[in-house]
Design a protein around this ligand. Structure first.
Ligand code: OAD
Length: 235
């Protein structure tokens, strides 16, 4: 049995109806990241940033996990060692039944208090008060996600690299692979001998080092991945 590690990006939630960031119809075509997804933007106008997050939270609340999310949960059940590293903040992997998850960019349902530092889940949608205030101290809350120009949580990142270096099979699904350090994980896995599978309808910088490229959307692509894992004896 193998150590299976997966890296997912916004493309896996596209089939749940959540827009990706880049490309046609992507969020960054309509919005400027520096006005919404930076600490400076938040300090300048927390209401504006929170309104945008509140809208995204409402949309995500209505979304259901896609077939690809569910196949990943099934692979986890059948695998001996399975880790799911995601750049997504939507929580749909958890909802689909995945358990061993490393969330690189945080979680849109979690908040962090800028005054007392408390972190907790705040699932109220729509929010009654914008910006929301800390339940513990009344301080200003921010979404507990990673913004442009911010460091990833060092412990989270260390676990992600630890797992990637030890992967026998590394599966990349629905990421443009242009945002670092996430995009480095499959490269590290490959350098350490992993069999690299990419699922993406489009070419990415990882395509040239992948052992198998599945040019399909996540749902169809993950069905194929499931078969490949069975054929190889990984699950
Ligand atoms: P992107 O929006 O950059 O890329 C989405 C990828 O999904 C593209 O490569 C598409 O080709 C692919 N895609 C689109 N539809 C798909 C489908 N139905 N099935 C499979 N793939 C599909 O999203 P990410 O790579 O996740 O960071 O972006 C990385 C990070 O950039 C995000 O986590 C976010 C963003 O700025 C932060 O918020 C820190």
């Amino acid at each position: 049995m193998s150590r299976i590690v997966v890296l997912t990006g916004a493309g896996i939630s596209a089939e749940s109806g959540i827009p990706t960031f880049r490309g046609k119809g992507g969020l960054w075509e309509k919005f400027r990241p520096e006005e919404l997804a930076t600490p400076e933007a938040f300090m300048r106008d927390p209401r504006l940033v929170w309104r945008w997050y509140d809208e995204r939270r409402q949309m995500i609340k209505r979304a259901r996990p896609s077939e690809a999310h569910r196949i990943l949960a099934r692979i986890e059940q059948e695998a001996e060692h399975f880790v799911l590293i995601t750049q997504n903040v939507d929580g749909l992997h958890q909802e689909a039944g995945s358990r061993n998850i490393i969330e690189l960019h945080g979680n849109i349902w979690r908040v962090r208090c800028l005054s007392c530092g408390q972190r907790y889940y705040l699932e109220e949608t729509p929010l009654r008060e914008i910006p929301p205030r800390c339940h513990f101290c009344g301080g200003l809350l921010r979404p507990d996600v990673v913004w442009f120009g911010e460091m990833l949580d060092p412990d989270v990142l260390e676990r992600a690299f630890y797992e990637s270096e030890r992967a026998d099979v590394f599966i990349v699904v629905g990421t443009s692979a242009v945002v670092y350090p996430a995009a480095h994980l499959p490269v590290v896995a490959k350098q350490h001998g992993a069999f690299l599978i990419e699922v993406n309808p489009e070419d990415t910088p990882l395509s040239e080092i992948a052992d198998v490229i599945i040019r399909e959307k996540a749902g169809t692509g993950m069905k194929r991945v499931y078969e490949i894992l069975k054929e190889r004896g990984d699950i």
